[in-house]
Design a protein around this ligand. Structure first.
Ligand SMILES: Cc1cc2nc3c(=O)[nH]c(=O)nc-3n(C[C@H](O)[C@H](O)[C@H](O)COP(=O)(O)O)c2cc1C
Ligand code: SF4
Length: 470
């Protein structure tokens, strides 16, 4: 992308490669820019602009689930970014057993005060930069990591699964008959979700994100097509988990707004093929891709649309769209030129990955005009992110544009876009994937290549050694 210096270069590249990615050639001045468009919620609250920070965890909490100085540093980046919607800040487990790594944050009675402080940190930092926080909406992403739980050791999965998966059980070291969560255990997890939401409300968060993406527990329910009992099989049963959490929160934390981050499409798991390029697992039929066609090779949004109709009927307005899973098809959700250490070389031009997320988000926005729909997966666009984002917002393909990796390398990019300033090119995320390779190898996450704070840590040397040994 760094080579595509002019709009004509980008246009030529897109045409040559038959990629129908829309973008605006020039950026509008701040007064006319859709970046500065406020979003009014049905609750009466206003989100001050149309830029959003996506949840980004750092694998850097304490073993008992509290934030560290690294965590506070990342939340400060979110606060000073200029975006007025923080969609969840980062994945926070509802129990120790539900953590995706030993350093994930947990919200419980013991850590409650830490979350009060984290939110206050955001308010203070945002006020210092922008004067007030009246139109800033701060969510907290609540999670249970299900199949990808690793609460005690970076090396050992302690998976909580809903069904035996034909590829993922084997891939992540589980026997085909690994026990599945019982309905009673699921009921307990739902209670933990509700308890965490009560604490989030008391800590002052504006909403909780009931995470349903990336292969974690909420997302796995949606594909539990052959699970017997009340939580599997029919669409109604596979969404019971969501409905019961929402009902529990409405009762125990009245007035707390909710959002949902959804993997709205999925495909077969990918693996390294010839030349280390990603290829899908071979299968004739694959019923486990929520939002996927029955062969697992393309998208089918019929069920995701049914889910969003349900979400809307439950009174949820905030929906953040993503896709797939970082564990088994990362190119879908995090288009990148350089794969993380557990990944594969991109099976497609990463711009196609960006476009897929744009198109799905657009189709869902068209079908649900009343929902506030946030898009993801823009970081690969690099210097062209503002031009694509402006087109998307201007034409109503989404209500808000989310920033993931970019906010790690260039935290004030949203503020620069909102003010119509030119970009600082040497801060642009170049999708090196170090922020994923590091945690996959037991190190804290961060932008080692571009953030001076991480560059000089001893972990940077360890990461270098890991990459050299690959
Ligand atoms: C280091 C890292 C941490 C992430 N943490 C979370 C998380 O806590 N919750 C979540 O839903 N997604 C998480 N994601 C996914 C991002 O929110 C986002 O969907 C993805 O990076 C694609 O957006 P981008 O192209 O702007 O990076 C993470 C991604 C990365 C690279
Ligand atoms: S390490 Fe930095 S440059 Fe690399 S993908 Fe992450 S944020 Fe982008």
């Amino acid at each position: 992308m760094a080579q595509l210096k002019t709009a004509a270069d980008l246009q030529n590249y897109l045409q040559t490669n038959a990629i129908g990615l829309p973008f605006d050639e020039t950026l509008l001045p701040p007064a006319d820019s859709p970046f500065n468009r406020a979003i009014k919620l049905k609750s009466g609250r206003t989100i001050g602009n149309s830029l959003c920070i996506l949840p980004m965890e750092g694998w850097d909490g304490t073993p008992d689930g509290r934030p560290s100085a690294f965590t506070r540093n990342r939340w400060t980046k979110f606060a000073v970014s200029g975006a007025k919607l923080l969609f969840g800040c980062e994945a926070v487990a509802v129990s120790h057993a539900g953590k995706a790594n030993p350093n994930q944050l947990v919200l419980n009675a013991d850590t409650f005060a830490d979350f009060v402080e984290l939110r206050q940190l955001i308010l203070d930092q945002h006020t210092e930069q922008f004067g007030n926080t009246d139109d800033l909406l701060i969510g907290l992403q609540l999670t249970h990591s299900g199949r990808f739980c690793k609460p005690n050791s970076h090396k050992t999965f302690e998976s909580k699964i809903l069904y035996a998966h034909p590829y993922l059980n084997g891939r992540f070291g589980l026997a085909a008959d690994h026990p599945t969560l019982t309905d009673d255990e699921i009921d307990e997890i739902i209670e933990q979700y509700v308890d965490a939401a009560v604490l989030a409300q008391r800590a002052g968060f504006d909403f909780v994100d009931i995470k349903h993406c990336h292969g974690y527990l909420g997302h796995e329910f949606l594909s539990a097509v052959d699970r017997p009992g009340k939580y599997g099989g029919s669409f109604e049963n596979r969404t019971r988990y969501l409905r019961n959490i929402v009902a529990g929160i409405q009762q125990a934390a009245p007035g707390l707004e909710m959002g949902i981050r959804l993997s709205a499409f999925d495909l077969l798991p990918f693996k390294k093929g010839p030349g280390e390029v990603g290829i899908p697992e071979p299968a004739d039929q694959y019923p486990f891709a929520f939002g996927g066609r029955s062969d697992g090779l393309d998208i089918d949004l019929a069920e995701p649309k049914a889910l969003l109709a349900l979400v809307e009927s439950l009174g949820i307005q905030l929906v953040c769209i993503t896709g797939g899973s970082p564990y088994y098809n990362p190119h879908l959700m995090r288009p990148a030129l350089f794969p993380p250490s557990d990944g594969y070389l991109p099976p497609e031009d990463p711009l196609l990955g960006v476009k897929r997320q744009l198109d799905v988000t657009h189709e869902l926005k068209r079908a649900f005009p009343e929902l506030v729909i946030i898009g993801s997966g823009y970081s690969y666009l690099q210097e062209w992110l503002p031009n694509v984002a402006q087109y998307v917002l201007r034409t109503g393909m989404a209500d808000s544009v989310g920033f993931g990796r970019m906010v790690l390398s260039y935290p004030t990019m949203p503020a620069d876009m909102l003010a119509g300033r030119s970009l600082t090119r040497n801060l642009l995320c170049r999708t090196f994937s170090d922020c994923t390779t590091a945690p996959r190898n037991g190190l804290i996450s961060g932008c080692y290549p571009l953030d001076p704070h991480y560059k000089k840590l001893p972990e940077a040397e360890q990461l270098k050694a890991v990459k050299e040994s690959l």
